[in-house]
Write a new protein. Structure first.
Length: 553
């Protein structure tokens, strides 16, 4: 070893000794603007002074996250929750799916006031179309009219796909008249979150840097819904790059309270379904982006198992957490839509084929249910409704045993999303076009992308190893139960189950004292959406909390 090398390592030893003598809070204090000036040399990039000022709190907070991660002992045998696939995806095989068994429709005739159809379930609308009591064209024009009338209040539409919709509706009517009925979605108008590519239309991702972007493809979900005969009437808003309810055109509003945003990021999908502007919509979730706007807008949503639905043609935010799913007015509608869009396509390497055997009439007494007892004891606005939900389920014959979620510091794993999102939008950050995004606060994507560049690769992999342990703990939990119930946005359940990929059905369960919609979440085992949908449907049918809808003027 040269004299220079010995001097360097001796100096480093003194530095480490000095740092070890400092308190943890003192180390955090050492992260200053000057620290970032030096760190920029390591990563080969320069940020502006204001950008660095915005990052400081993130970087200091993350130190405590790393300390919590390091405090968890990790046996050498624990791998990361990441799988390398050395082969390219294989083309999808022949479709052997059988349509799910559905319950009888509630409404079997056309109402005197045609506008009331706007709030019918997909199941009922499909039966009216099948029996030719209404046409797809009539229904499509009804929804297009409502979209045009109420979007100025709600700001939930980015692009109307009127020409496409009318052509798809005309084709559906011709096929049905000729006796070629494709199934429960044939002729049903729907909206898609504008992170899904549709050929011939802009796909904006809700963000100004991409507001003129056109992708020359149809997302797999869009293709499968077209194959099912569904009619795309609109591309709906999302919070820019799938965060919040603010996009380049403003804030999407909650139809129950126009002074309030609809939450996000599936802001337009939930708002449009709630207001009766579409029969159903497609949303996406990485960390709460279906369950939160469904709660705010008083509608039903399904976040499927990770890998259940192909994300090909969808904006990537987090390759290990992104999921696409339906937003509807009734639980069984979620089952109908899921059946149409599920399965591998040979394009998304995470998408898999798994059975989906939905039964609308389960024997609830034979199912082993649980509830996250600690979360129901917290003080929060919707607690009275949530406790009544437990009583209603027990009255239906459900066995509900108290459970505890795995003892894991789930919050310390949240930066997995930040790291993957920063990688997905690396070019946006390096080009400085992130300055075009509407939200430029500490709690917004531009700052998150920048500060995520300082996440050590070692810590990212260590977090994924702890995520693997979490997966094993959830497997043990579901060895003992078939489903569990949890307050939708209380405690760590939402982040935890997004990290593990478990399915969630969120349904309205009444209104709070302030008049806002409340919701409850049903969590199922991996790829067992059928069970958790059936339980949620039984609850919904018994209570009717999904039937009220906002009265827009």
């Amino acid at each position: 070893m040269s004299r220079r090398s010995r001097f360097f390592w001796a100096s480093m030893g003194l530095v480490c000794f000095a740092l070890g003598a400092l308190t943890q809070s003192r180390i955090e204090d050492l992260i200053t603007r000057q620290t970032l000036d030096e760190a920029e040399k390591v990563i080969g990039w320069q940020f502006t002074s204001s950008e660095k000022e915005l990052m400081l709190d993130d970087l200091r907070d993350r130190l405590s996250t790393y300390r919590r991660l390091r405090a968890r002992p990790l046996p050498y045998s624990v791998p990361p929750a990441l799988v390398f696939l050395p082969e390219t995806p294989k083309p999808a095989g022949p479709d052997a799916k059988e349509p799910p068994r559905l319950s009888p429709p509630v409404h079997t005739g056309v109402p005197d006031r045609l506008e009331d159809l706007a709030f019918y379930s997909v199941r009922d609308l499909g039966e009216l179309i099948r029996t030719r009591q209404i046409t797809s064209t009539q229904l499509t024009k009804l929804y297009l009219g409502r979209l045009k009338k109420y979007d100025p209040q709600l700001h939930c539409v980015i692009t109307l796909t009127e020409d496409l919709a009318l052509e798809q509706a005309r084709r559906a009517d011709e096929e049905i008249a000729a006796g070629r009925f494709r199934g429960a979605l044939h002729g049903i108008p729907y909206g898609a979150k504008d992170l899904l590519a549709v050929k011939g239309y802009k796909t904006t991702w809700g963000a100004a840097p991409y507001k003129d972007q056109e992708l020359d493809e149809d997302a797999t979900v869009i293709q499968r819904l077209e194959q099912a005969g569904a009619v795309l009437v609109a591309k709906l808003t999302l919070g820019e790059l799938a965060w919040d309810d603010i996009w380049f055109g403003g804030q999407t509003c909650n139809p129950w309270n126009l002074e309030q945003g609809s939450s996000g990021s599936s802001a337009g999908s939930a708002s449009a379904v709630s207001a009766g502007l579409v029969a159903f919509a497609i949303g996406s979730e990485t960390w709460g982006s279906i369950v939160s706007p469904c709660t705010r807008c008083g509608v039903t949503g399904l976040r499927p198992t990770f890998g259940r639905v192909s994300r090909a043609g969808a904006m990537a935010l987090s390759w290990s957490m992104d999921k696409l799913g339906p937003i509807t007015r009734a639980v069984e509608d979620c089952a109908i839509v899921l059946d149409a869009i599920r399965g591998a396509d040979g394009l998304d390497p995470a998408a898999v084929d798994r059975p989906f055997r939905y039964d609308p009439d389960p024997d609830l007494s034979r199912l082993r249910g649980g509830y996250v007892a600690g979360n129901f004891k917290l003080e929060y606005e919707n607690q009275p409704n949530d406790l009544e939900t437990l009583d209603a389920l027990r009255a239906l014959g459900c066995r509900l045993d108290p459970i505890e979620l795995p003892d894991t510091d789930v919050d310390s794993l949240g930066f997995i999303l930040s790291a993957e999102a920063a990688a997905a939008f690396d070019e946006l950050t390096r080009s400085s076009r992130d300055d075009l995004l509407t939200r430029q606060t500490a709690n917004a994507w531009p700052n998150t992308f920048r500060s995520a560049r300082f996440i050590p690769a070692v810590e990212y992999l260590q977090a994924n190893r702890l995520r693997y342990e979490l997966l094993q703990k959830m497997k043990k939990l579901f060895d003992e139960i078939d489903f569990y119930v949890a307050p939708t946005l209380e405690g760590t359940n939402c982040l935890l189950t997004n990290l593990t990929g478990h399915p969630c059905v969120v349904v309205p369960n009444g209104f709070t004292g302030s008049g806002a919609p409340g919701s409850i979440s049903f969590i199922g085992d991996l790829h067992d959406e059928a069970t958790v949908l059936a339980v949620a449907k039984a609850y919904q049918d018994a209570t009717g909390h999904h039937l009220p809808h906002p009265d827009l003027k």
